[in-house]
Design a protein around this ligand. Structure first.
Ligand code: OOG
Ligand code: MG
Length: 262
C-alpha cells in the first residue's frame, strides 16, 4: 500500500460523490501516480462500505475487461473485478434514468447465478460450472466516473470498474450440456443489431472469468456466496446510449432481456 487510510477514505468519498451527483472527474492516478493495486481495491472496498451504510445490499460481483474487444477499446490488458449492489439492478424491460448517469454505455454479458459457494485460490472452470445454478442474459450499463472514459487499470478498479446499473433476465439456462463458448449473442439498439459475439470472446470461456474472480477474492480472504449473480464481462465493445434508446440483448437458448433509456 502506498496510500494512507485517510487518503483511501477521501478518494472513496470523492468517487462516491461523483456517483451520487452524476459528475465526472479526472482519473485519480493523475494525483496519485504511485498508487498500487491494493490501494485501488482498498478504495473500491471503502466505496462498498459507503454503499452498504446507505442500506444497499451486495447481490454479486462483476468481472470486467475480460474480452479482447473490451481490452482493445479501453487500452488495457488485464481483467478487473468489482461488486454489484441491489441499487444497481433494473427490472427486465424497465427504464434506466440517464439523468442519474454521466455517459452510460451498454455491454452484452453472460450472467452466472451460483448455487454453492465458490472459493479461491485454485478455483477453475470445472468448479465454476459445478457451482453454477444457471446462466442468464445480462446487460451491464457502465458509467465511468472518469472524464471521457479515460482511465488506467488502478483508477478503474478504485471506481468499482465503472459499475452503474445492470439488467438480467431471459429463460435461465442450466450449464450442463451447453457449450458456453459457442453461445451466441446479439445486442440490438433501437431494433438494429449493433454487436455480435459468442461466449468464447470472454477469456476463451466465460466461466474462466468467474474462476479468476473467485481466485481474486480468495487472495483477499473473500469468496462468492451461493445465490450470487456474476457478470462475466462484456463480450463485445461497449455501446454508448442516450435517452430514447431501447436496448435488447438476445442470447442463444436464453431469449432476450431489454432496457429503455429515458
Ligand atoms: C470498465 C468496466 C468494463 C466489462 O464488462 O468489460 C466492464 C470500463 O470499460 O469502463 O464492465
Ligand atoms: Mg461489464
Amino acid at each position: 500500500m502506498k496510500l494512507s487510510t485517510d487518503t483511501v477514505e477521501s478518494l472513496a468519498a470523492h468517487l462516491d460523490g461523483c456517483v451520487l451527483e452524476a459528475r465526472d472527474t479526472l482519473k485519480i492516478t493523475d494525483a496519485h501516480p504511485d498508487m498500487e493495486w491494493d490501494d485501488a481495491y482498498a478504495i473500491q472496498d471503502a466505496i462498498r462500505r459507503r454503499a452498504l451504510s446507505r442500506g444497499a445490499r451486495i447481490v454479486g460481483y462483476k468481472a470486467g475487461l475480460t474480452s479482447h474487444a473490451k481490452m482493445r477499446q479501453m487500452n488495457v490488458d488485464v481483467p478487473v473485478f468489482g461488486f454489484l449492489v441491489d441499487t444497481y439492478e433494473l427490472p427486465d424491460g424497465g427504464e434506466c434514468d440517464v439523468s442519474k448517469l454521466i455517459h452510460p454505455k451498454v455491454e452484452p454479458e453472460i450472467a452466472f447465478v451460483t448455487k454453492t459457494e465458490l472459493k479461491g485460490p485454485g478455483c477453475h472452470i470445472g468448479a465454476v460450472l459445478a457451482a453454477t445454478d444457471f446462466v442468464i442474459a445480462g446487460i451491464e450499463v457502465i458509467d465511468s466516473r472518469y472524464r471521457d472514459f479515460k482511465f488506467d487499470l488502478k483508477s478503474v478498479v478504485a471506481d468499482n470498474t465503472s459499475a452503474a446499473r445492470f439488467v438480467a433476465g431471459g429463460q435461465p439456462l442450466a450449464v450442463d450440456g451447453v457449450d458456453l463458448r459457442t453461445l451466441g449473442i446479439v445486442l440490438e439498439k433501437n431494433g438494429r443489431p449493433v454487436a455480435f459475439g459468442a461466449g468464447a470472446a470472454v477469456l476463451g470461456h466465460p466461466a474462466a472469468a468467474v474462476a479468476m474472480l473467485a481466485n481474486h477474492l480468495g487472495a483477499r480472504g473473500e469468496s462468492i456466496p451461493a445465490g450470487s449473480l456474476i457478470l462475466s464481462g462484456g463480450i463485445t465493445e461497449a455501446v454508448a446510449v442516450e435517452a430514447g434508446d431501447n436496448v435488447t440483448l438476445r442470447v442463444q437458448g436464453i431469449g432476450s432481456v431489454g432496457v429503455r433509456f429515458v
